[in-house]
Design a protein around this ligand. Structure first.
Ligand code: GDP
Ligand code: IMO
Ligand code: MG
Length: 420
């Protein structure tokens, strides 16, 4: 049986905290897509930790953590992260498993990401520049190196072949930064990677399922950044939605049970691309300040706006969301008036559907107004104590998106969550 936790917006919904909270109920936590573009923040004994490659179950002694075949893995980031986690007293090697089929990010993937973004100029994606797009291109282009290849004698010639191919592309981009230092740390990190538990991932996970173990699949990015259903081309390069769990871990759709979708009580986006409810004003600034909305991976300020129910309902539909977790509800404590977007106005016509090509359209959000609750909710732990205005806000959202908000997160701490 596999449950899923994934993002319903443009990423950074608070998935890391939520996975960490639920992890004790599971035997296995598995990442199924994305790579070090992810930044999942957790607080462990009051200490902040941002995970990019390691699944967010790593801080629980009895939880096995798997990096699945759908992930693109940067050995350098992984090594640094393992060192950090180990320094926090965690036996990281014991509980971390990596699929042989996981694709590797090589230094030239990062260079290509940078070169491609530079060439795009004003129309750049706003990539995290971690090499994600080029790494997935080599996967679908059937050129990639996978973790299992590291143990093969032919690895070096495979690497050189790929390196030469990338060099030609980089020359075309006129990219001539020296990446020798990146390569040095890459080869050092490969030695470390060889010491980790590399497994036949799909057998490993299906055997666990057959033994009756509970698996939690941890999404990265968000549904609106999905390569097929997001705001293309301003998306990431993987399937971030629940369907990605099957291809990213090798589990059958029949095994998928609960799909927990995480959304902020408002909305943010980092990087370029359409964002209909974006607030380019003092209110947006206030959300950024109170919500500390700065990227966990790149430190970039996040664009902020009201919750977009058109996009949220779409995300619930394509994911088959069974329960919603609403995070950062406490950030709205400070606001006297709130808005939720219930429709888009495009060329004078109202629609409740996400259009094909958002980035070519001028979309005006239609809002419904709500009174704020204006009290400090960060210490509330029971549903009955939540302010009535927050309940009305949530009731309306439940009705609109057709999936129930079952948990409200009211602070970054592990214990700051209210079950409804
Ligand atoms: P992820 O990528 O989805 O895991 O989210 P990030 O870690 O990138 O961003 C979420 C940020 O919000 C982190 O700084 C979290 O510590 C913080 N956070 C998560 N849940 C809450 C919450 O309920 N309230 C507040 N104030 N902060 C939260
Ligand atoms: P988590 O898992 C927010 C965004 C980038 C850029 C676009 C493509 O922490 O929610 P990429 O590096 O994939 O080529 O970037 O996607 N992006 C994210 N935004 N949270 C993330 O991950 C993101 N991962 C990628 O900002 O707009
Ligand atoms: Mg993040």
């Amino acid at each position: 049986m596999v449950d899923v936790i994934l993002g319903l917006q443009w990423g950074d919904e608070g998935k890391g905290k939520i996975v960490d909270y639920f992890a004790p109920r599971y035997d296995v936590v598995a990442r199924f897509q994305g790579g070090p573009n992810a930044g999942h923040t957790l607080y462990v004994n009051g200490e902040k930790m941002v995970l990019h490659q390691i699944p967010s179950g790593i801080f629980h002694q009895n939880t096995i953590n798997i990096i699945g075949n759908g992930v693109v893995l940067d050995p350098v980031t992984l090594k640094k992260e393992c060192d950090k986690v180990a320094a926090m007293g965690i036996e990281v090697k014991k509980n971390l498993f990596i699929s042989e089929r996981t694709n590797i990010i090589v230094p030239t993937h990062r260079a290509l990401d940078k070169a491609s973004e530079m060439q795009k100029g004003d129309s750049k994606i706003g990539s995290t520049l971690k090499g994600i797009g080029p790494a997935y291109m080599d996967k679908t282009g059937r050129n990639a190196i996978r973790v299992g290849d590291l143990l093969d004698k032919g690895f070096i010639s495979q690497y050189i072949k790929l390196r030469l191919k990338h060099q030609k592309l980089l020359d075309n981009f006129n990219f001539n930064e020296d990446i020798t230092a990146w390569e040095e740390e890459f080869f050092e990190a490969l030695e470390f990677l060889r010491t980790l538990n590399v497994v036949n991932g799909e057998y490993f996970i299906n055997n666990k399922i057959s033994e009756g173990k509970k698996v939690l699949a941890e999404g990265a990015q968000g549904s609106m950044l999905d390569i097929d259903f997001g705001t293309f081309p301003f998306v990431t390069s993987s399937n971030t939605i629940s369907a990605g769990v099957c291809t990213g871990l090798g589990v059958s759709p029949k095994q998928i049970n609960e799909v927990l979708g995480v959304t902020k009580a408002y909305c943010t986006r980092v990087g370029s691309g359409p964002f209909p409810t974006e607030l380019d004003d003092a209110t947006g600034e206030e959300l950024r300040k109170i919500g500390s909305e700065f990227g966990a991976t790149t430190g970039r300020p996040r664009r902020c706006g009201w919750i977009d129910l058109v996009a949220l309902r779409y995300a619930c539909m394509i994911n088959g969301v069974t329960q919603v977790v609403m995070t950062k509800a406490d950030v709205l404590d400070a606001f006297e008036d709130l808005k939720v977007c219930t429709a888009y106005k495009i060329d004078g016509k109202e629609t409740e559907e996400v259009p094909f090509q958002m980035s070519r359209l001028k979309i005006e959000p239609i809002h419904k107004n709500f009174k704020g609750w204006n009290i400090d909710t960060t210490k509330i732990s029971e549903a009955a104590k939540l302010p009535a205005q927050m309940s009305s806000y949530i009731d309306f959202i439940n009705g609109y998106i057709g999936a129930p908000v079952k948990f409200v997160s009211n602070g970054p701490g592990r214990e700051q969550i209210v079950s409804l």
